[in-house]
Design a protein around this ligand. Structure first.
Ligand code: GLN
Length: 538
């Protein structure tokens, strides 16, 4: 069997340097040279998965086809590579410990003292090689979350050291991402933080093979030489990562800097052909040269942190490029929408998306938003909680079901139009207990959904506990809101729409998790198109 090669990406100096984007860009280039490449992320926190983390703190929770709740970097991996990831691509310290402790309880280490080294590190190493051993990949890139020197990263760093030792020089390398800050008072770029960070890595027995240096200003040849000399790397292996206008520029920037070539050389792999980035660059061209702009309101309660709606924002980038239009996303905090200010807040919008979410904070603002778009015939896309709000709004204001609600928000509502699903009723644990991942959805013909998907059966990703209460479906359909998509096995309503409205579509699933550069999601593409038409007709 062929030897899978491993690239580890560590971070130094500070967090938020964009390890995920560097890893995804390198993977993109290697893939475009003809190497089967995958990326995985190892996170040092103790949560078993990020599903229970507040989006404010950690950004969006990304969901894979197999129903894993994962770090948002996996979204970048999929958007860049156009290949699905899975639970195996995201490991946390919590998951590692859980597994080791379960093994201990089962008696698998009987007689032994269970320790960080070797038991935790062995578990990490096993997981680091899981995808590599599947035989599906030539190259596995592993991003290590956190910053070198953090206490909590130590077992991962030690596992990387052991892997380098086990696999040998040409089979595993380390890319260290650091910051080269610019001190404007001195007018100078500073290499010292990088030197210290490389030294910290050395203390753990790891010599970086490649340095990727985040910087706001070009690194001169002299600075590169200095970094090379003090950090023990070849000067060709000092790669500049200058701030870019968009994350989608980074693969080209890394190509210019030769990151992929240096990595292949270190791994003793042939360069093969130049990366084929034609369709990527077509997308970039369309993205950067829009013919017009549309304004889309994003109504949610986590709007302060951009990362909370990462996949939605990126889906608009893909769908905008596809339509040759710039999508200007206007964040609107659902908690502060009132009947008095909604006209002002929604002025100038060509479409509105009501976002996913949990709990009752901000939901009345979401209901008001739906009422506004329904009455004013503004294009509307509802996602998950956004779809549930569309159902509640219709119940209250069209069907006159006063105080209709979801039982998530009001247990004693007289009209539980959104309710807890039967198979979930026995579940009390909050971690990993939702309806998650890819589920089939059958689409009715002669509907907007069919016009969009051009398919009778689709598969989309989910993350919810509550659902449309089908006891009310007949009432809704008679009054003009129809179910155009449903799960073929359980009949659970997956898509609702209002045929008399120019574009009113809402889905129980999350289309944003499946939009990629190569495959912009049809729901977003058509929604943006509807917003363009709205603008044209104004
Ligand atoms: N809170 C809702 C539910 O659990 C919606 C979830 C979501 O928007 N992802 O069903």
């Amino acid at each position: 069997m062929k030897q899978t090669k491993y690239i580890f990406v560590t971070g130094g100096v500070t967090s938020s340097l964009g390890k995920g984007i560097i890893a995804a860009s390198l993977a993109k280039l290697l893939q475009a040279r003809g190497y089967n490449t995958t990326i995985q992320k190892f996170d040092p926190y103790i949560n078993v998965d990020p599903g229970t983390l507040n989006p404010y703190e950690h950004g969006e929770c990304y969901v894979t086809n197999d129903g894993a709740e994962t770090d948002l970097d996996l979204g970048h991996y999929e958007r860049f590579l156009n290949k699905p990831t899975s639970q195996a691509n995201n490991v946390t310290t919590g998951r590692v410990y859980l597994s080791v402790i379960e093994k201990e309880r089962r008696g698998e280490f009987l007689g032994k003292t269970v320790q960080v080294i070797p038991h935790i590190t062995n578990e990490i190493k096993e997981r680091m090689q899981l995808l590599g051993k599947s035989g599906d990949y030539d190259i596995v890139i592993t991003e290590i979350g956190g910053t070198v020197g953090d206490i909590e990263s130590l077992p991962y760093i030690e596992s990387v050291r052991q892997m380098l030792w086990d696999l040998g020089e040409e089979n595993a390398i380390v890319i260290h991402l650091t910051l080269v800050p610019y001190l404007s008072a001195a007018g100078e770029l500073k290499t010292k933080p990088t030197q210290h960070s490389v030294k910290t890595l050395m203390e753990s027995g790891i010599k970086a093979d490649i340095l990727v240096c985040r910087t706001e200003h070009e690194l001169s040849g002299e600075i590169k030489q200095k970094l090379a000399a003090f950090c023990n790397v070849k000067s060709e292996a000092v790669i500049q990562s200058i701030d870019a206008d968009t994350i989608y520029d980074v693969p080209n920037l890394m190509l210019e800097e030769g990151l992929d070539r240096v990595a292949l050389k270190k791994l003793n792999l042939p360069e093969k052909s130049l990366p084929d980035l034609k369709s990527w660059n077509d997308f970039l061209h369309r993205f950067k040269n829009p013919k017009q702009t549309v304004n889309i309101g994003l109504v949610g309660k986590y709007v302060e942190l951009q990362d909370s709606y990462k996949s939605i924002l990126e889906s608009f980038v893909h769908a905008g490029a596809e339509n040759n239009v710039k999508v200007n996303v206007v964040s609107i905090h659902s908690e502060y929408i009132t009947p008095n200010n909604i006209n002002d807040k929604f002025k100038g919008l060509d479409g509105v998306l009501v976002a996913p979410g949990f709990g009752s904070r901000g939901i009345e603002g979401k209901v008001l938003a739906v009422k506004y778009v329904r009455e004013n015939k503004l294009p509307f896309l509802g996602i998950c909680l956004g779809m549930q709000m569309a159902v509640i709004e219709f119940a209250r204001n069209v069907l006159n079901m006063q105080n209709a609600n979801s039982t998530e928000m009001n247990d004693s509502t007289p009209y539980p139009v959104i309710t807890f699903m039967e198979e979930q009723k026995t579940i009390t644990d909050k971690g990993g207990t939702m309806r998650l991942g890819g589920w089939d959805c059958a689409i009715k013909s002669n509907t907007k959904a069919f016009e969009i998907y051009q398919s009778e059966l689709i598969n989309e990703r989910h993350r919810h506990r509550y659902e449309f209460n089908s006891n009310y479906l007949e009432d809704f359909e008679k009054a003009g809101m129809i179910a155009s998509g449903y799960n073929p096995e359980t009949n659970l309503v997956e898509i609702v729409e209002i045929p008399s409205h120019p574009f009113f579509v809402a889905a129980q699933y999350h289309p944003e998790y499946k939009s990629t550069v190569a495959n912009p999601h049809p729901l977003f593409v058509h929604f943006v198109k509807a917003a363009m038409n709205k603008k044209l007709n104004n």
